[in-house]
Design a protein around this ligand. Structure first.
Ligand SMILES: Nc1ncnc2c1ncn2[C@@H]1O[C@H](COP(=O)(O)OP(=O)(O)OP(=O)(O)O)[C@@H](O)[C@H]1O
Length: 760
């Protein structure tokens, strides 16, 4: 059953190579099928063509998936105790070992070669313990280098096997994984998921799960693996509705973007909080008081009032001229039309149709009476054209727009913050100081804190139809026009394919519409604000304001959420002080709170210092147990006034040597950021990045806020006291910065260090 390590490595390598052969075979099959499908060309009925397109994209997706899982395709093996016959048959593999990998693989005869890590049969790989072995005799981790097995780590749970020596040991699969250099892109942890993490990953789909955990406890990793698990376990349900993953910033989204594809899952929608309103790329809200005000739930009422206030009454009756006849639009007519429009309970832009119809009807009636009066007698003549004349009158259009102007969310918000009288009318109970804080000139860029306000406005305003826009039917006509032009260019191509005059411009236009209709759930979800997702994963969730929560809950009415974060790391002015405070308005007490307790990232010596700083400032934190002691305590360099940047430049080369090809971060207060970046860039030019770092950039100079959620082999922090001062004296950001490192922390300071930094 077990030989020398060399024999076992060889045997395992042979099996692994069989798995890769099978993967190659499947890939080649799909490539062939794709080529055959494409070769059928642009002929046949449109149904045929759209079927062909769907097949082609199916094959493309499968090829992409097979490519993405190549790296460390298989990572585990389970040897199980004797099973009952029925069970042995049902898993088709008798008592032969189960190999656990990124996807499931079977041979041509449908014998299972490898089990997807998400399948229930794979669960013992993560959950079996000596106390509860769940039928597992031996859990084996396979460490691959390319396509061969370079290392084996055994975990024997059966006493007799232990005695017989069926075991190989090294430093441990987990430790080996943690020792890896950081690349600036998060990797998956599928081979070493720990039991407490696995329990959360495999929790049921319905309801909200909140995962609280200190720094480095694997919250992000767990959230992403959970998304992959849900997409596997509830594929049918989630295939159409999709899964949305929300994180704090674009650089964070870049940091995590490769994890799901490496688990064989694409098609998930990923968005930072600033990108949640389609078409707006919002930057951070830097003014903390503004973020605080905009994040309050009461802003929903303010937006509601702002929309209602745009339905105006007339101050006095107004004369309008229709085809030379003077008519009177009375205040009463407008009030009545507004009541009827409001009664439809439709969004503002749609209710405007009712408002317009009522006004036009009343004025057309007035016009009819006037025409008859001037003719001196009632007439049976057809007057059905009158409403059209009224509708087209310039005066009438101006008057209607004065009372009920079509609005975009962007337009509404821009004006609301640029015109103090509008804000005062919409928010009479807001303090003047808060109203002043919201003021900004029209056309200013939108910020993250505006995103939920835009969404709120969109909800209340409904579809915006620009009166100057052509009606819907003309879109089709424009498509036909485009297609006609495209067809001119396609003539030769069609002739080559032996098709002459078979495809018409109308048919090409119809194909465009088909394509739009068959876009994947993910593609459609991104652009459709009213899309209801099947599940939402929120990372760094402690930072979300109540208004941001409101937006997210609207995007998933079923309230199926995975929410991960650390209350102690809150730095946003409108973020949460407790999960109960953040979630109760939306979930009441219907959420399950889980906790992660082991810090996999930061060595104990550094994590302890971070904990002391947090506790000295009175922050209530959970203190996870660090899995490694680490080689270095925090290094502290004290410098004279004005020498911070100079010292940074002097110390950086040593730190780069320590991180030896890994990723080095320099975390700097906002006010020193530009100077630090310039100085470091002068020395290291293109090695310096600003975001999470990439393969080409191994030094990043960033603010504490930007470092949220990321990790580096080495971290330098410049002037901690300023990091604290810039967030109103909170130590949350400093706590975050200190816990970003996997190896070394070096602090350069001039001002006194915050309490707790050094051991008393
Ligand atoms: N079971 C595991 N096996 C291997 N590595 C792990 C495991 N769990 C976590 N890690 C690693 O620990 C590091 C921290 O994980 P992650 O970023 O998910 O933590 P976090 O709780 O989100 O941290 P923070 O709140 O500080 O941003 C990552 O490098 C991750 O890959």
């Amino acid at each position: 059953m077990s030989g020398t390590i060399e024999q076992d490595l060889l045997a395992e390598s042979q099996y692994v190579s069989r798995l890769y052969d099978r993967l190659d075979e499947l890939r080649a099959e799909k490539v062939q099928q794709l080529a055959r499908t494409r070769a059928t060309g642009a002929v046949g009925t449109f149904q045929n063509q759209s079927e062909r397109d769907s097949f082609a994209s199916l094959y493309e997706d499968r090829i992409a998936q097979l490519d993405a899982v190549q790296d460390r395709l298989v990572f585990g093996r389970l040897d199980l105790a004797e099973q009952g016959e029925a069970q042995a048959e049902s898993n088709g593999a008798g008592n032969s070992p189960r190999y656990i990998g990124r996807i499931g693989l079977s041979d041509e005869e449908l014998n299972r070669l490898m089990i997807d890590w998400r399948a229930s049969e794979a669960a013992p790989f993560y959950q079996a313990t000596a106390l509860n072995p769940r039928g597992v005799r031996r859990r084996r981790h396979l460490m691959l280098k390319g396509r061969t097995v370079a290392g084996i780590e055994d975990d024997v749970l059966d006493g007799t096997w232990l005695d017989e020596g069926h075991t190989h040991h090294g430093e441990g699969a987990l430790m080996a994984a943690l020792r890896e250099k950081r690349t600036g892109r998060m990797g998956d942890i599928v081979g070493t998921i720990q039991a407490e993490q696995d329990a959360i990953i495999r929790a049921d789909l319905p309801g909200a799960v909140v995962v609280q955990g200190g720094p480095g406890t694997g919250k992000t990793a767990v959230a992403l693996h959970r998304a992959a698990f849900l997409l596997y376990e509830y594929r049918e349900r989630l295939k159409h509705a999709g899964v949305l993953i929300v994180g704090p910033s674009n650089s964070f989204m870049r940091y995590i973007e490769r994890v799901l594809p490496s688990l064989g899952e694409t098609g998930v929608v990923m968005s930072s909080v600033g990108e949640l309103y389609h078409g707006v790329h919002a930057g951070p809200e830097t003014a903390r008081n503004v973020a605080r005000v905009k994040g309050r739930l009461s802003m929903a009422k303010v937006i509601g009032a702002a929309v209602r206030n745009r339905q105006r009454l007339l101050a006095e009756d107004r004369t309008v001229v229709v085809e030379g006849t003077r008519l009177t639009l009375t205040r009463g007519m407008v009030r009545n039309a507004r009541e009827r429009a409001r009664h439809t309970h439709k969004p503002y832009n749609e209710a405007r149709e009712t408002f317009t119809k009522v006004i036009v009807g009343d004025l057309a009636e007035q016009l009819r009476r006037k025409l008859e009066e001037s003719a001196g007698q009632p007439s049976a003549a057809d007057r059905s054209y009158l409403p059209q004349e009224v509708r087209e009158s310039w005066d009438v259009r101006v008057a209607i727009n004065l009372c009920w102007m079509p609005m975009t969310p962007q337009g509404l918000l821009s004006e609301l913050f640029a015109k103090p009288h509008l804000l005062e009318a919409a928010a009479p109970r807001m303090s003047p100081a808060d109203r002043d804080a919201l003021f900004r000139p029209a056309g200013s860029p939108f910020t993250e804190a505006d995103v939920p306000l835009l969404d709120e406005a969109a909800e209340l305003l409904g579809e915006f139809v620009n009166p100057q826009d052509l009606p819907d039917t003309s879109q089709y006509e424009r498509d036909v026009e485009n297609a006609k032009r495209a067809l001119d260019n396609m003539d030769t191509m069609l002739a080559n394919a032996g098709i002459d005059g078979v495809v018409t411009a109308e048919q090409v236009a119809a194909v465009n519409q088909e394509t739009a209709a068959s876009a994947s759930a993910a593609e459609r979800a991104v652009s459709d604000r009213t899309w209801a997702y099947g599940h939402i994963v929120v990372d760094e969730a402690q930072e979300l304001s109540p208004m941001q929560w409101r937006l997210l809950v609207r995007r998933c009415p079923m309230k199926s959420f995975t929410i991960v974060g650390d209350i102690a790391q809150t730095s946003a002015a409108s973020g949460a002080n407790s999960w109960a405070q953040a979630l109760e308005p939306f979930f009441a007490d219907r959420y399950k709170l889980e906790e992660l307790t082991v810090n996999y990232r930061t060595p104990a010596q550094i994590a302890d210092a971070a904990v002391r700083v947090a506790q000295a400032a009175g922050l209530r934190i959970t203190t996870p147990q660090a899995v490694r002691e680490g080689d270095w305590p925090p290094v502290i360099t004290t410098v004279g006034k004005g020498e911070l940047i100079q010292s940074l430049i002097e110390q950086l080369p040593d730190e780069l040597e320590y991180s030896a090809g890994g990723l080095q971060a320099v975390i700097v207060p906002q006010e020193l950021l530009a100077a630090a970046r310039a100085a470091v860039t002068e020395l290291y030019t293109e090695r310096v990045g600003t975001g999470s770092g990439g393969l080409a950039q191994d030094i990043v100079v960033i603010s504490a806020r930007e470092s949220k959620g990321l990790e580096f082999d080495g971290v330098m922090i410049v002037e901690p006291a300023l990091l604290v001062a810039e967030v109103d004296g909170g130590v949350g950001d400093l706590y975050v910065a200190m816990t970003r490192t996997t190896q070394r922390l070096h602090v350069i300071h001039n001002q006194p260090l915050p309490a707790g930094f050094t051991e008393a």
